[in-house]
Design a protein around this ligand. Structure first.
Ligand code: NAP
Length: 253
Protein backbone atom coordinates (compact mmCIF):
# COMPACT_ATOMS: atom_id res chain seq x y z
CA UNK A 1 0.00 0.00 0.00
CA UNK A 2 1.35 3.44 -0.89
CA UNK A 3 0.18 6.95 -0.09
CA UNK A 4 -0.99 8.62 -3.28
CA UNK A 5 -3.10 11.73 -3.67
CA UNK A 6 -3.16 11.67 -7.49
CA UNK A 7 -6.23 13.59 -8.78
CA UNK A 8 -6.95 14.93 -5.28
CA UNK A 9 -7.09 18.59 -4.30
CA UNK A 10 -5.69 19.45 -0.88
CA UNK A 11 -6.18 22.85 0.76
CA UNK A 12 -3.57 23.56 3.44
CA UNK A 13 -4.11 26.68 5.54
CA UNK A 14 -1.08 28.43 7.01
CA UNK A 15 1.21 26.85 4.45
CA UNK A 16 3.75 29.65 3.97
CA UNK A 17 6.11 28.51 6.74
CA UNK A 18 6.72 25.79 9.32
CA UNK A 19 4.48 22.74 9.61
CA UNK A 20 2.00 23.87 6.94
CA UNK A 21 4.73 24.49 4.36
CA UNK A 22 6.19 21.02 4.96
CA UNK A 23 2.71 19.45 4.80
CA UNK A 24 1.90 21.25 1.52
CA UNK A 25 5.15 19.96 0.00
CA UNK A 26 4.43 16.46 1.34
CA UNK A 27 1.00 16.33 -0.31
CA UNK A 28 2.43 17.71 -3.58
CA UNK A 29 5.15 15.04 -3.56
CA UNK A 30 2.37 12.45 -3.18
CA UNK A 31 0.62 13.68 -6.33
CA UNK A 32 -1.97 16.13 -4.92
CA UNK A 33 -2.86 19.49 -6.39
CA UNK A 34 -2.19 21.81 -3.47
CA UNK A 35 -3.96 25.04 -2.55
CA UNK A 36 -1.50 27.00 -0.42
CA UNK A 37 -3.16 29.44 1.97
CA UNK A 38 -1.20 32.00 3.96
CA UNK A 39 -1.85 35.25 5.80
CA UNK A 40 0.95 37.75 5.26
CA UNK A 41 4.18 35.88 4.42
CA UNK A 42 3.94 36.31 0.65
CA UNK A 43 7.63 35.75 -0.15
CA UNK A 44 7.73 32.53 1.91
CA UNK A 45 4.52 31.24 0.30
CA UNK A 46 5.98 31.94 -3.15
CA UNK A 47 9.03 29.85 -2.19
CA UNK A 48 6.78 26.92 -1.21
CA UNK A 49 4.96 27.24 -4.55
CA UNK A 50 8.26 27.44 -6.47
CA UNK A 51 9.62 24.36 -4.70
CA UNK A 52 6.50 22.38 -5.61
CA UNK A 53 6.35 23.46 -9.24
CA UNK A 54 10.12 22.89 -9.69
CA UNK A 55 9.38 19.22 -8.97
CA UNK A 56 6.52 19.21 -11.53
CA UNK A 57 3.87 19.50 -8.83
CA UNK A 58 0.71 21.57 -9.22
CA UNK A 59 -0.15 24.26 -6.68
CA UNK A 60 -1.53 27.77 -6.36
CA UNK A 61 -1.46 30.51 -3.73
CA UNK A 62 -4.63 31.58 -1.90
CA UNK A 63 -3.81 34.43 0.49
CA UNK A 64 -6.52 35.07 3.09
CA UNK A 65 -6.56 36.34 6.65
CA UNK A 66 -8.49 33.47 8.20
CA UNK A 67 -9.39 35.42 11.33
CA UNK A 68 -12.08 36.86 9.07
CA UNK A 69 -14.99 34.54 8.20
CA UNK A 70 -15.72 36.28 4.89
CA UNK A 71 -12.08 35.85 3.86
CA UNK A 72 -12.22 32.14 4.70
CA UNK A 73 -15.37 31.72 2.58
CA UNK A 74 -13.80 33.59 -0.34
CA UNK A 75 -10.64 31.48 -0.10
CA UNK A 76 -12.72 28.30 -0.43
CA UNK A 77 -14.64 29.79 -3.39
CA UNK A 78 -11.34 30.72 -5.04
CA UNK A 79 -9.96 27.19 -4.56
CA UNK A 80 -13.13 25.73 -6.13
CA UNK A 81 -12.90 28.22 -9.02
CA UNK A 82 -9.31 27.15 -9.68
CA UNK A 83 -9.36 23.40 -8.97
CA UNK A 84 -13.09 22.48 -9.04
CA UNK A 85 -13.06 20.37 -5.87
CA UNK A 86 -11.58 19.90 -2.40
CA UNK A 87 -10.72 16.38 -1.22
CA UNK A 88 -8.66 17.17 1.86
CA UNK A 89 -8.80 20.25 4.08
CA UNK A 90 -5.84 20.76 6.41
CA UNK A 91 -6.69 23.48 8.95
CA UNK A 92 -3.23 24.41 10.14
CA UNK A 93 -3.13 28.24 10.28
CA UNK A 94 -2.64 29.29 13.86
CA UNK A 95 -0.25 30.62 16.41
CA UNK A 96 0.48 31.93 19.85
CA UNK A 97 0.14 35.66 18.94
CA UNK A 98 2.09 36.56 22.09
CA UNK A 99 2.78 35.51 25.66
CA UNK A 100 0.32 37.33 27.92
CA UNK A 101 -0.43 36.49 31.53
CA UNK A 102 -3.96 36.31 32.91
CA UNK A 103 -3.70 39.68 34.67
CA UNK A 104 -2.67 41.51 31.49
CA UNK A 105 -5.16 40.03 29.06
CA UNK A 106 -7.17 42.49 26.93
CA UNK A 107 -10.30 41.85 24.87
CA UNK A 108 -8.24 42.53 21.74
CA UNK A 109 -5.72 39.85 22.70
CA UNK A 110 -8.51 37.38 23.51
CA UNK A 111 -10.11 37.98 20.12
CA UNK A 112 -6.85 37.74 18.21
CA UNK A 113 -5.96 34.33 19.71
CA UNK A 114 -9.45 32.85 19.49
CA UNK A 115 -10.12 34.23 15.99
CA UNK A 116 -6.81 32.90 14.68
CA UNK A 117 -7.02 29.44 16.21
CA UNK A 118 -10.75 28.71 16.58
CA UNK A 119 -12.82 30.97 14.33
CA UNK A 120 -10.48 30.22 11.40
CA UNK A 121 -11.09 26.48 11.81
CA UNK A 122 -14.86 26.81 12.25
CA UNK A 123 -15.31 29.13 9.27
CA UNK A 124 -12.96 27.24 6.93
CA UNK A 125 -14.52 23.85 7.77
CA UNK A 126 -18.00 25.33 7.40
CA UNK A 127 -17.21 26.86 3.98
CA UNK A 128 -15.53 23.68 2.74
CA UNK A 129 -18.24 21.32 4.01
CA UNK A 130 -20.48 21.27 0.88
CA UNK A 131 -17.42 20.48 -1.25
CA UNK A 132 -16.18 17.78 1.13
CA UNK A 133 -19.65 16.21 1.05
CA UNK A 134 -19.39 16.01 -2.75
CA UNK A 135 -15.89 14.52 -2.70
CA UNK A 136 -16.40 12.35 0.41
CA UNK A 137 -13.27 14.08 1.59
CA UNK A 138 -11.69 14.56 4.97
CA UNK A 139 -10.36 17.19 7.35
CA UNK A 140 -7.13 17.20 9.36
CA UNK A 141 -6.80 19.94 11.97
CA UNK A 142 -3.57 20.98 13.69
CA UNK A 143 -4.03 20.74 17.43
CA UNK A 144 -1.26 20.89 20.02
CA UNK A 145 0.25 19.04 22.96
CA UNK A 146 -0.78 22.20 24.86
CA UNK A 147 -4.43 21.18 24.43
CA UNK A 148 -3.81 18.37 26.92
CA UNK A 149 -1.12 19.67 29.28
CA UNK A 150 -1.82 23.42 29.15
CA UNK A 151 0.50 26.00 27.66
CA UNK A 152 3.85 27.38 28.79
CA UNK A 153 3.92 30.69 30.63
CA UNK A 154 1.68 33.27 28.94
CA UNK A 155 0.08 30.71 26.62
CA UNK A 156 -3.11 29.91 28.52
CA UNK A 157 -5.50 31.18 25.88
CA UNK A 158 -3.54 29.54 23.06
CA UNK A 159 -3.66 26.18 24.89
CA UNK A 160 -7.39 26.60 25.48
CA UNK A 161 -7.96 27.50 21.82
CA UNK A 162 -6.18 24.29 20.76
CA UNK A 163 -8.24 22.27 23.26
CA UNK A 164 -11.32 23.79 21.61
CA UNK A 165 -10.31 22.71 18.13
CA UNK A 166 -9.29 19.22 19.24
CA UNK A 167 -12.73 18.94 20.79
CA UNK A 168 -14.43 20.26 17.63
CA UNK A 169 -12.75 17.40 15.76
CA UNK A 170 -14.77 14.89 17.78
CA UNK A 171 -18.16 16.51 17.18
CA UNK A 172 -17.45 17.17 13.50
CA UNK A 173 -16.41 13.51 13.15
CA UNK A 174 -19.72 12.37 14.65
CA UNK A 175 -21.82 14.92 12.74
CA UNK A 176 -20.32 14.11 9.34
CA UNK A 177 -19.48 10.40 9.41
CA UNK A 178 -22.84 9.90 7.68
CA UNK A 179 -21.70 12.22 4.87
CA UNK A 180 -18.61 10.06 4.32
CA UNK A 181 -16.35 12.76 5.80
CA UNK A 182 -13.61 11.82 8.28
CA UNK A 183 -12.22 14.45 10.69
CA UNK A 184 -8.99 14.00 12.65
CA UNK A 185 -6.20 16.04 14.18
CA UNK A 186 -2.44 16.03 14.39
CA UNK A 187 -1.23 17.19 17.77
CA UNK A 188 2.38 18.37 17.52
CA UNK A 189 4.69 18.64 20.51
CA UNK A 190 7.44 21.26 20.48
CA UNK A 191 8.32 21.77 16.83
CA UNK A 192 11.13 24.20 16.01
CA UNK A 193 9.45 26.74 13.73
CA UNK A 194 8.89 30.51 13.71
CA UNK A 195 6.30 29.85 16.42
CA UNK A 196 9.09 29.16 18.96
CA UNK A 197 11.77 31.25 17.24
CA UNK A 198 9.53 34.29 17.87
CA UNK A 199 8.04 33.46 21.26
CA UNK A 200 10.25 31.04 23.26
CA UNK A 201 13.70 31.73 24.75
CA UNK A 202 16.66 29.43 23.94
CA UNK A 203 16.89 28.55 27.67
CA UNK A 204 13.27 27.37 27.79
CA UNK A 205 13.76 25.38 24.57
CA UNK A 206 16.86 23.72 26.10
CA UNK A 207 14.83 22.66 29.13
CA UNK A 208 12.03 21.35 26.93
CA UNK A 209 14.55 19.40 24.82
CA UNK A 210 16.00 17.79 27.93
CA UNK A 211 12.52 16.67 29.01
CA UNK A 212 11.73 14.95 25.68
CA UNK A 213 12.56 11.22 25.63
CA UNK A 214 14.01 11.54 22.09
CA UNK A 215 16.15 14.49 23.31
CA UNK A 216 15.45 16.80 20.40
CA UNK A 217 12.80 19.24 19.26
CA UNK A 218 10.57 18.22 16.37
CA UNK A 219 10.93 19.52 12.84
CA UNK A 220 8.09 20.41 10.44
CA UNK A 221 9.10 17.38 8.35
CA UNK A 222 8.59 15.13 11.41
CA UNK A 223 4.89 16.06 11.29
CA UNK A 224 4.18 15.41 7.61
CA UNK A 225 3.63 11.65 7.75
CA UNK A 226 0.83 11.94 10.29
CA UNK A 227 -1.12 14.33 8.03
CA UNK A 228 -0.63 12.16 4.93
CA UNK A 229 -1.64 9.03 6.85
CA UNK A 230 -4.82 10.55 8.32
CA UNK A 231 -5.81 12.09 4.97
CA UNK A 232 -5.36 8.80 3.10
CA UNK A 233 -8.59 6.83 2.70
CA UNK A 234 -6.53 3.76 1.81
CA UNK A 235 -4.54 3.87 5.04
CA UNK A 236 -6.91 5.58 7.49
CA UNK A 237 -10.37 4.97 6.04
CA UNK A 238 -11.77 3.70 9.36
CA UNK A 239 -10.12 6.41 11.50
CA UNK A 240 -12.16 9.44 12.51
CA UNK A 241 -12.37 11.70 15.55
CA UNK A 242 -8.79 10.84 16.55
CA UNK A 243 -5.59 12.75 17.35
CA UNK A 244 -2.07 11.62 16.47
CA UNK A 245 0.57 12.94 18.85
CA UNK A 246 3.84 13.87 17.09
CA UNK A 247 6.14 14.75 19.96
CA UNK A 248 9.18 12.49 20.41
CA UNK A 249 7.56 11.00 23.49
CA UNK A 250 7.01 14.38 25.20
CA UNK A 251 3.47 13.33 26.11
CA UNK A 252 2.08 9.81 26.09
CA UNK A 253 -1.62 10.33 26.76
P1 NAP B 1 4.56 29.11 11.83
O1 NAP B 1 5.75 28.78 11.01
O2 NAP B 1 4.50 30.44 12.48
O3 NAP B 1 3.28 28.90 10.88
C1 NAP B 1 2.06 29.53 11.12
C2 NAP B 1 1.29 29.55 9.81
O4 NAP B 1 -0.03 30.12 10.06
C3 NAP B 1 1.96 30.43 8.76
O5 NAP B 1 1.82 29.86 7.48
C4 NAP B 1 1.15 31.72 8.85
O6 NAP B 1 1.10 32.41 7.61
C5 NAP B 1 -0.23 31.17 9.13
N1 NAP B 1 -1.09 32.23 9.67
C6 NAP B 1 -0.89 32.99 10.77
N2 NAP B 1 -1.87 33.90 10.89
C7 NAP B 1 -2.71 33.69 9.84
C8 NAP B 1 -3.92 34.30 9.41
N3 NAP B 1 -4.47 35.30 10.11
N4 NAP B 1 -4.52 33.84 8.29
C9 NAP B 1 -3.97 32.83 7.58
N5 NAP B 1 -2.82 32.20 7.94
C10 NAP B 1 -2.21 32.63 9.06
O7 NAP B 1 4.39 28.07 13.01
P2 NAP B 1 4.06 26.51 13.02
O8 NAP B 1 4.69 26.00 14.25
O9 NAP B 1 4.37 25.87 11.74
O10 NAP B 1 2.49 26.55 13.28
C11 NAP B 1 1.57 25.84 12.47
C12 NAP B 1 0.46 25.30 13.34
O11 NAP B 1 1.01 24.36 14.26
C13 NAP B 1 -0.25 26.34 14.19
O12 NAP B 1 -1.64 26.05 14.22
C14 NAP B 1 0.36 26.14 15.57
O13 NAP B 1 -0.47 26.58 16.58
C15 NAP B 1 0.54 24.64 15.55
N6 NAP B 1 1.46 24.07 16.52
C16 NAP B 1 2.76 24.41 16.52
C17 NAP B 1 3.60 23.83 17.45
C18 NAP B 1 5.08 24.13 17.51
O14 NAP B 1 5.72 23.72 18.48
N7 NAP B 1 5.63 24.82 16.54
C19 NAP B 1 3.11 22.90 18.37
C20 NAP B 1 1.77 22.58 18.33
C21 NAP B 1 0.95 23.16 17.40
P3 NAP B 1 1.56 33.94 7.44
O15 NAP B 1 2.85 34.11 8.17
O16 NAP B 1 1.66 34.04 5.95
O17 NAP B 1 0.45 34.78 8.01
Amino acid sequence: MTISFENKVVLVTGASTGIGAAVAKGFAASGAKVAINYGSSHAEAKEVLAEITAKSGEAELFPADLRDTAAARKMVEDVIAKFGRIDVLVCNAGGLVGRVGLGEMSDEFYESVMDLNVRSVVSTCSAALPHLKKSKGNIVITGSVASKVGGGAGASLYAASKAAVQNLVKTYAKEHAGDGIRVNSVSPGTIYTLFHKKHTSPEVLENITASIPMKRLGTPEDCVGAYLFLASDELAGYITGQAIEVNGGQLMP
